[in-house]
Ligand binder design. Structure first.
Ligand code: 8GT
Length: 137
């Protein structure tokens, strides 16, 4: 019998569109990761028994040393990267406190909605970027 781990099929990942002063925080993946050097919204894989919102609060603390308040859940995106699929679940968040410490990423930027399209995004993020820009218009 072949056992298939659900994680091998679909990775469930949350990501945060963190707003502060009319800008949002974007982060760049490292050179040795999958989707190397592409830009993403910070976040990560949901652990077993964790809710989406617990996951996102934990990931943003761990990766960036920031505290955020979660707001609107945007439309999740399913994307096939070939060797795995991701279910990417975006939340618009408000910055609450903390000073950025980059523990996972190689760079970050605070960007206004109109400039988000200037960056090289992970493919799964493109519909999320579009939805966010549309809502801001
Ligand atoms: N956090 C985050 N992950 C994203 C985004 N877009 C996207 O395709 N992903 C993918 O979702 C997965 C999330 O993994 P992760 O952040 O928990 O961990 P990781 O990159 O260290 O994992 P990896 O080293 O196995 O690629 C990665 O495969 C990443 O490429 C995004 O906007 N935010």
């Amino acid at each position: 019998m072949i056992l298939i781990n659900e994680e091998d099929i679909m990775l469930k990942v949350t990501c945060a569109i963190i707003e502060k002063n009319q800008q949002v925080l974007i982060t760049q993946r490292g050179p040795h990761k999958s989707q190397a050097l592409l830009w993403e919204f910070p976040g990560g894989k949901i652990e077993p028994s964790e809710t989406e919102t617990d996951c996102l609060i934990r990931e943003i603390e761990e990766e960036l040393n920031l505290q955020v308040e979660l707001g609107l859940r945007l439309t999740p995106v399913e994307h096939n990267y070939g060797n795995f699929m991701v279910n990417l679940i975006p939340y618009v968040c408000q910055y609450k406190s903390g000073t950025i410490a980059l523990r996972e990423h190689v760079a970050y930027n605070w960007v206004s909605a109109k400039d988000l399209n200037r960056y090289n995004w992970c493919p799964a993020d493109l519909p999320i970027v579009e939805e966010y820009i549309r809502r801001k218009k």
